[in-house]
Structures are given as C-alpha cells and as structure tokens.
Design a protein around this ligand. Structure first.
Ligand SMILES: NC(=O)c1ccc[n+]([C@@H]2O[C@H](COP(=O)([O-])OP(=O)(O)OC[C@H]3O[C@@H](n4cnc5c(N)ncnc54)[C@H](O)[C@@H]3O)[C@@H](O)[C@H]2O)c1
Length: 472
C-alpha cells in the first residue's frame, strides 16, 4: 500500500495545482501535521451507470426521481439525512453531511444502465414489484426514458437467467471495448461532467482469484484469450477503470476485489469499493453482534434463514451463486467477535446461513435468526429475530450514498489515488480492504470511520469520545 500511496500523492499534487475554485483551506491531519488536501467542487451533472437494472437499481432511480419531485423523503440515506458533529459537544455544531462536504445534488444525477432484458426502468420497476404502481405511474415519463444498453453476459456465471439484450464480440476484450464506447457515448449524450459505475447486477458464480487477475498485463492477455476466469462483472469493472470511472460493487462477486483492479484503480485515480450491500439480515447481525461483544456475552450459535421470492432469490437458488453470497455473509461474525482473542466466548460458535427461494414473497423477504448466547457462569439464553424486511427498500439509500460518496472520493486529492475506499465499509457486507488487513464489520466502528474521514478531509478535529476536557 505504501508505495502506491506515495505515487498517488505525487500525482494528486500535480492535479491540485490545476484545479480552480477548490476548497483550498489548510488542513490539520490526524497525526497533527498540516497539509493542503483539496476537494474539487461538485460542478455539473453526475452520470450514474448501472449494470443490472433490476429491483435494487429501479428502486433507487425511481426513489431519486420521487424525492426530486417532492413526493417522498430520502429515508435511510446518511448523506441526505445524517449529520456530523464537529468540535466539542458544547459547540453545538452538527451540520448535515450534505452541507458539510461538497456532494452532488440529487437534481444533478443522470442515469443509464445495462441489462440482459430489454425492459426500460418503468417496466423493470413494475416487474420488480417493490414500489407501489401508483407511484411508478407518476414517474413513468422519466423512468421510461432510461432504457438498457446491451449487456456483457455469460450464462455460465448466472445460471438461472438468460435474456436477449446481450453484446456480441469475438473476445472479451472486444466486449470491454464496446462497454468503453457505451461509457464515452453516455458521457457525451448526457453531458455529465463526471461518471460512476454502480454494479447492481445479479450475483455471479463463486470463483477464486487466479493467475489472470494478478496484474493488468495478465488480465488483458486473458481478455484477449477469452479466459473463463473473467466474469462479466470484471469486464464492466475493467472498462470503467480504463475510462477513469470509479466502480462500486453491490454484489458479492469478486469483480473489483482483485489485484488487477487495484492496480488500474490507482493508476487511473478511479476509486473502487465493495462488496455486497449490507441490508437485511447482515445489517441486523452487525448491529447485534457488537453489542454482545461489548458486554462480553458468549455466543454458541447463530442460525440464519431467509425466504425471498424476487429475481435475486431465484439467482441465489443456484448453488454457485449461493456460494458467493454465503462466503460474504459468513465472514461477518468471525471478524466482529474475534474468537482468537475471546476463545471462551466465541471459540465454539456455530454459524449457519440459509437462503430459500420462495416466489410468493416477492421482494418482501423474511429473515429469521435464532441466536444462542450465554451469560454469567455460562447460563444459556436465546434471542429470536424475525425481520420482515424489504430488501430493495434497504438497498436503495445505500446505492444513493455510495454514488455520492464515491464521486466525492474521486474529487478528493487525498482519496482518489488510494484505490480501495475502506472508509465506505459501512455500506458493505464484505468490505474490501488493503491486502493483509482484516475488514472492520462493526457498524458503529464503520460509521465512526466514515464520519472521521469526512472530518479529516475538511480539516476538523477527529472525534475520539475521550471527553476528559469537560471535567477540567
Ligand atoms: N436487495 C438487496 O438488499 C441486496 C443486498 C445485497 C446485495 N444485493 C445484490 O445486488 C444485486 C441486485 O439485486 P436485485 O435484487 O436488484 O436483483 P435483480 O435480479 O432484481 O436484478 C439484477 C439484474 O441484473 C441483471 N443482470 C445480470 N447479469 C447482468 C450482466 N452481466 N449485465 C447486465 N445486467 C445483468 C439481471 O437481468 C437483473 O435484471 C444482486 O447481486 C444482489 O445479490 C442486493
């Protein structure tokens, strides 16, 4: 990481000199040194490009339009509703996050997408069945105008679905070139000043990183040779990063969690983050587990099961796609509870996750958790959670926040060359980190990390919650 940081900082220094109208205030870093980080203003339109125009993508886009029209509120979005405390508790300074850092406004967002089906956003949202049809009808002219570009798709990676709207090319490199052309075309036609790619496509079959993913050189050779280790989502990621466009991954696929993508991301100053939106059951897990650990309560087992009936549920009915999801869901407890540090409390825990495709439920998933905990002298207790959640309703505000914050990262001299944006772990089930670093899963640590990053970018004191000074 160290070498990359250095080169990124050198590169960003040059860029800094050229940027006009920037926030040039001198800032104090967390280590006490002074430095001049810069944040370019959020000028012009922000183009949001979404591979996968299904339930999550359409709930997000329809939601943004409903909010713009004053029909609804951005509930669940930290960037729109959240505040950040600055200075001492007695200072009374808690601006809204969107007023504290320069984020794109909702009115500045423009959209495009890719899908294997030909439905426009209105039709796709109607099929997804998440939002009320009356609301969708009010948004129909806008939603109908967002039509899918032909997808890069490989049935071997998503076995349960197939569709007609798919690009043809001799090699995967040809397909990547076609995606790059789509990106340039969208930039031109939408007149966006900045772009971001947000993967909302289906979960792909489980694979592990191999030779082809180790460097840009190896990956490009593999693209030309149609290597089966290159999944479609990686072709989108490659195309975006080659165009200098940041890429956020909402599914558990490897996609940008690969050395090749880190290399490209740093080289082209296009931030990356992932994986797998933290909604529903895993959100509950990362809220509850830190509480058990904080009180030193033991955990002998956690059994999680789900029923869901949307297309995502159908895709996850395939063992290959489920394995990708399972890996992402299972790692959470181990990392939060740290059994290696607390063997008496968490050394023997049994953690199981099941997902059952059950069509009558549609997007309205039900997640049950049976949690076996133990307390003082080892006495057992049980907690049952029955979360009747709406998956895409929980995911949509995450998509909005990621779009705005990743775009912010791209405009920050200090962040854009770093590659992985670990400060956005808050939004992911399986957060990407620098190689060799374990991910931080505790939702509250993740929130502190996010807000402290914003404070740091703006030269505000970090908040440690020490607070002894109030008693001097
Ligand atoms: N809904 C949630 O709460 C949630 C949480 C975490 C992760 N996710 C992940 O987000 C993704 C989207 O979820 P969803 O509920 O919208 O699923 P969905 O099935 O409704 O939508 C996915 C869309 O992606 C399309 N697609 C598949 N492969 C594609 C490709 N190569 N190129 C372009 N389009 C492609 C499909 O045709 C489909 O329309 C899934 O991977 C899911 O696992 C969702």
């Amino acid at each position: 990481m160290a070498t990359g940081n250095k080169s990124a900082k050198t590169a960003s220094k040059t860029v800094r000199m050229e940027v006009k109208n920037e926030d040039m205030s001198e800032r104090k870093a967390h280590d006490g040194s002074r430095h001049n980080g810069t944040i370019q203003p959020a000028k012009g339109k922000l183009g949001v490009m979404i591979p996968g125009m299904g339930a999550v993508a359409t709930t997000f886009v329809a939601g943004v339009e409903a909010i713009r029209k004053g029909l609804a509120k951005p509930i669940g979005s930290l960037t729109q509703m959240g505040t950040v405390r600055l200075g001492k508790r007695t200072d009374g300074r808690s601006p809204k996050i969107k007023e504290f850092v320069p984020l794109a406004g909702l009115d500045d967002l423009v959209f495009t997408g890719w899908d294997i089906f030909e439905d426009n956003m209105y039709e796709a949202a109607s099929n997804a069945g998440v939002l009320d049809q009356r609301l969708l009808d009010q948004l129909k002219p806008f939603l109908s105008s967002v039509t899918p570009r032909a997808a890069v798709f490989d049935h071997n990676y998503v076995k349960k679905i197939d569709g007609p709207n798919v690009k043809k090319g001799k090699t995967k490199m040809d397909l990547a070139e076609q995606l790059r052309e789509d990106i340039r075309d969208f930039k031109k036609t939408s007149q966006a000043s900045r772009l971001i790619t947000m993967w909302c496509g289906s979960t792909e079959s489980y694979i592990e990183a191999g030779e082809a993913h180790q460097s840009v050189k190896a990956f490009e050779k593999a693209l030309r040779e149609n290597d089966e280790m290159i999944a479609p989502s990686m072709v989108y990621a490659y195309a975006s990063l080659m165009e200098g466009v940041p890429f956020a991954n909402g599914a558990p696929n490897l996609t940008v969690d690969l050395p090749v993508m880190l290399e490209l991301s740093r080289r082209n100053e296009a931030p990356i983050c992932g994986k797998d939106f933290k909604t529903g059951q895993t959100l509950m897990k990362t809220i509850l587990a830190p509480g058990f650990k904080a009180r030193m309560l033991g955990l002998s087992g956690w059994f999680s099961t789900n029923i869901l009936g949307n297309r995502d549920g159908e895709v996850l009915d395939d063992p290959g796609s489920f394995k990708t999801k399972e890996e992402s869901k299972l790692s959470v407890l181990e990392h939060i509870l740290q059994p290696e540090l607390y063997p008496e409390l968490y050394g023997k825990m049994c953690h199981k996750v099941r997902i059952n495709y059950y069509p009558p439920r549609g997007d309205n998933k039900e997640g049950w958790d049976n949690i076996d905990i133990f307390g003082w002298l080892g006495y057992p207790m049980q907690i049952k959670v029955d979360f009747l959640c709406r998956d895409s309703i929980l995911a949509a505000p995450i998509v909005l926040d990621l779009v705005l914050l990743v775009d912010l990262a791209k405009r920050c001299s200090e962040l854009r060359g770093l590659g992985i944006q670990e400060w956005l772990s808050f939004y992911f089930k399986s957060p990407m980190t620098a190689p060799g670093l374990y991910p931080e899963h505790d939702l509250f640590i993740q929130l502190m990390k996010l807000k402290n990053t914003l404070r740091h970018l703006k030269g505000e004191e970090l908040i440690t919650h020490l607070g002894l000074e109030y008693y001097d």
